[in-house]
Design a protein around this ligand. Structure first.
Ligand code: ATP
Length: 202
């Protein structure tokens, strides 16, 4: 899955709607210090489901909403949409046939938030699953920020293995296995309780 376009409005320094088109090849974003280059990376990470405000260089999630400037009042909502091409067919089977996938995240100052895929409301889990094993995602290897290369080189073998598993497409199955094991445990617990009740009423 490749990022084709990103639309940002009300997110950090992007008070007006800004659309960035990513062409084939390398895209470089240039600008003076503090003009908002890193805010674009934050917007990408946020739209893909980042839950930790510190990873977006903020104290609370509300910090991603445009907080006002000398000439503009603060806004009440931040919205980021990312448009991916699904030409490589890496998205889950539910998206087969879609040439493009649009992922949107909104946050209101009231704390209310929304996730949408192709303009249909969905859960955060759906967004996370959509990106699993594609290499894209809030924490995936598609975002290599300053210092990350050093971190990868210095990482313990188990930590480095996480990146390899993501690239190999194993992460999705590991996550599903974890969910299935949790369900099995809950069912085992229920069966035990049922056994207790049966022996009580006998
Ligand atoms: P550098 O080259 O120094 O790394 P940069 O171009 O990457 O800079 P960013 O860090 O992306 O710049 O943007 C910083 C700017 O974004 C600051 O001017 C800051 O005031 C503004 N900013 C961040 N969050 C908000 C917000 N919630 N509301 C308004 N402006 C914000």
């Amino acid at each position: 899955m490749k990022i084709k376009r990103i639309e940002i409005v009300g997110f950090k320094s992007f008070v007006e709607k800004v659309t960035l088109d990513f062409q084939e090849g390398i895209t470089a974003v240039l600008g003076p210090n503090g003009c908002g280059k890193s805010n674009i990376v934050d917007a990408i990470r946020w739209a893909m489901g980042e839950q930790n405000a510190k990873h977006l260089r903020g104290r609370s999630m509300e910090d991603v909403i445009f907080g006002g400037s000398e000439t503009r009042k603060p806004l009440g909502m931040a919205e980021v949409s990312m448009i991916f091409s699904n030409q490589d067919g890496l998205a889950p089977p539910a998206f087969r046939g879609y040439a493009e996938i649009m992922v949107t995240r909104r946050l209101y100052r009231s704390g209310e938030s929304e996730y949408l895929v192709n303009k249909t409301p969905c859960r955060l889990k759906d967004i996370t699953e959509l990106f699993m094993d594609t290499g894209v995602g809030a924490r995936a290897y598609s975002i290599i920020e300053q210092g990350k290369i050093g971190m990868i080189l210095n990482a313990k073998p188990e930590e480095r293995r996480y990146l390899i598993e993501e690239a190999a497409g194993v992460t999705k199955y590991k996550s599903r296995k974890k969910t299935a094991l949790r369900k099995i445990e809950a069912t085992r617990h229920n069966l035990q309780r049922l056994g207790d009740i049966v022996s009580e009423v006998r």
